[in-house]
Each structure stands twice: as structure tokens, then as C-alpha cells.
Design a protein around this ligand. Sequence first.
Ligand code: AMP
Length: 432
Amino acid sequence: MEFTKFNFHPKVAAGVTAAGYVEPTPIQAQSIPMVMAGRDVMGLAQTGTGKTAAFALPILHRLMSGGRGHVRALIVAPTRELAEQIHAAISSLAEQTGLRSLTVYGGVSINPQIARLKRGSEIVVACPGRLLDHIKQKTIDLSRLDVLVLDEADQMFDMGFLPDIRRLLKSLPQQRQTLLFSATMPVEIRTLAKEVLRDPETVQIDLVAPAETVSHALYPVNEARKTDLLLALLAQTGTGSVLIFTRTKHRAKRLGEKLSKTGFKAASLQGNLSQNRRQAALDGFRDGSFQILVATDIAARGIDVSKVSHVINFDMPNTTEAYIHRIGRTGRAARSGDAFTLVTAADRSMERAIERTLGRSIERRCIEGFEVVPESPTTNVQPRRNNRGPQANKPSRGTSSSGKAGSGSSKNTRRRNFSGRPAKPSAASAGA
Ligand code: AMP
């Protein structure tokens, strides 16, 4: 199938060509015709499936006719990173169209947003909290909205945004097209979908099938030796960009700092830091000036960084869905990728659950010198937290995470080890 089949407005088609897209991805092939026909759509798809273009292209096509200078499409996303990413994707696809997109989220001054809204924009990409502020202050006019997109709805639920979403819905015209995307379908999202979608079409894209180009491996290790094992793994594995996941913000920060001190070009993406530093971490990871990004699930959710060669789960995720989300960052667009998971005795049941989801067993690998010894009763193994636990539920009004750009050393011997060398399962002294 080719994009020409959709008969996009030539200026929208030009954006597709400029992006280099040749064939629509499965979610695009299924949902674009429905969205173009004006239907409400419930899209079950995770990030990396091409879902942004799946809603952005038909929206741009629709906006090519009708008025300009007022908000006609609103995309609501859980985090500012995701909002920026969607805005960037739309802006590039819309390059030839003259349609304008802007972002609205908290944690930054509201005034420049007000000024941009006054200048007029047809597309707004927003996080719920700040959007409600604009609605309250009457600095945004949504009375002539044509299309609403709720993206990563399950994540918005996890972050406590559903009450905000319901408040927002009250300020929108009833007569509109609504698209709701979610990677998973908890009952709360099913309920929301019933409330907001009218006679919807449902599109489901392999919810739990990770890219076949990803190879998975488990590294059993004692909790106390995780950092050393990670350093050994990094030192002996041929890798490009590496995304490392930790269980908590604090662990992400500490590990990012440790890796920077050890000589890696590493940054962490987690809470409590300014939007600028967060953006610097992401941009640096995207452009390759940081080879390693350490993040929590919430900080990294939905973030599209192509060319991630390795996803390393420093801590086991809390759910199989989180595992699939994490490793969805590598092996994209038929590139091969590796997903390594450090596992301790506390992770056994999650290991089995992931294997059941993948439908096969995952290879266990051992690096010499890191053989697992039985944990002593005093070993500090932290209890596993439920995915809907306190951290996940904390409403953060679009200010959920921030990043700290760790400093990389120019005299970085480890970096030379780090790229381009094939993996070999032998002992590593570096950093151990
Ligand atoms: P998304 O799931 O929207 O985050 O998209 C994941 C990545 O796939 C982004 O880098 C897109 O630019 C890319 N992408 C989207 N659609 C296509 C397509 N039809 N062909 C190739 N790449 C695509």
C-alpha cells in the first residue's frame, strides 16, 4: 500500500514525501481512512507504531479546507516531552501547508503561550493542567474545535489526569471528531472511551508484540552488584545509543551521575529539574552527544528516539506492558536492537510473566565474575511496587519529569570501548 491511496491534499502529501515515508505503517493503513471519513476512532497502539502521523496526516488534510486563525485541532498528551514530540512531528509534516501548531504545558511561563495563542494557531498540542489554566483565564478559544485527540490515554490515567480531562471535555463543542489512543485498556480508559467517542471504530495494533528485530536477554545478578554488572556490560558490548530504565527517579539520577563520573556521556531524565535541562538531556540523546540516557518509565514514556541500539532494564519493570513499552524504543523500523534486563531473585515472577507474554523463554546470560550468589537476609532487595503505585498516580499536570544532563568527559576512554565492538560474553574488568 502506498500513501497516494489516501488522496491527501497535495501540500499534506508533500509532508509525507519530505518525511521519507514510503509505506503507511499498519496503524496508519487502518486508521487514516476512518479519520478521513470523519469517524471517531479508538486506537490501541503503543509508541513507535507511527500513531502520531496516523492522526496528524488526516487532521492536516481536514484543516486544509475551512477557516484559519482559530484552534481547530487539539491534541492532549500526558507529558511535555510527548507534547513537544507531537508538535515537532506535526510541524514537519505541515511544513508546506501554512497550518500552525503550538504547545501548551506547565512548568514554563504562561505569557509566551498566551502571546502565541493570540497570534493564532490551528493546532494546539497540550498537557491537561496548563490547558485548563488557559481555559479558565479565557486565553484559549476552543469554541470552533473540529478534532480532539487524546493521546496516551492510559498514561494520562496513570498520572491522575482523568478528572482534568473530564473538566476539559465540558469546555469543548459537542459537535466534533474525537480520536483516543492508548497503549493499554484499563477499565477506566474503556469508561472514558464510552463517554467521549461516538460510534467509534476500533483499531488495534499488536498491543503486546514487540518488534521482531529486538533480541532479549536476562542477566541474573545480585542487587548490590547491578551497577558493576552494567558497567561491565557497557564496556564489552557493541552499542550505539543506550536507554537505561530504573525503577525510581532517584535511582535514575544517581545512575546517570555514576555513569558520567565513570566517563560515559550520560544524562538522566527524571524529576525535579528545569524544562531546559530536561530538553537538553533529550536533545543530547537524540543528536548523539549523550550515548546513554537513564530514565524512569514515566519520564521516558512515549518518547520517540530512533536509533536506540540497546534498552537496558537496570531495574525490572513492574508490568509486562511496561517491559513492552520500554523495549519498544529499540529495534524500530527494522533496525536490530537488544533488550537487556538485569534480574534479581525478587524478579522471578515478572521474568515468567514477560516470557509468557513474548511466548518464548528469554536467554539467560552470565558475565564471568558476576555469578549470582544467594542473597543474604540483610541484602537490600526493595519490594516491587505496583505500576499504579504512588509514583505513577501522582498528578503532575504535565510537569511529571525532568532531566539532568550529566557531563561527559572528553578524555573518555570508556567511550571508545563503547561503540562498535561486538558483544562477547567474557569477563570485563572495566568499572567492575
Ligand atoms: P510514533 O509511533 O508516532 O512515535 O512514530 C514512531 C516513528 O516512526 C517516528 O520516528 C516516525 O517518524 C516514524 N514513522 C511514522 N510513520 C512512518 C512511516 N509510514 N514510515 C516510516 N517511518 C514512519
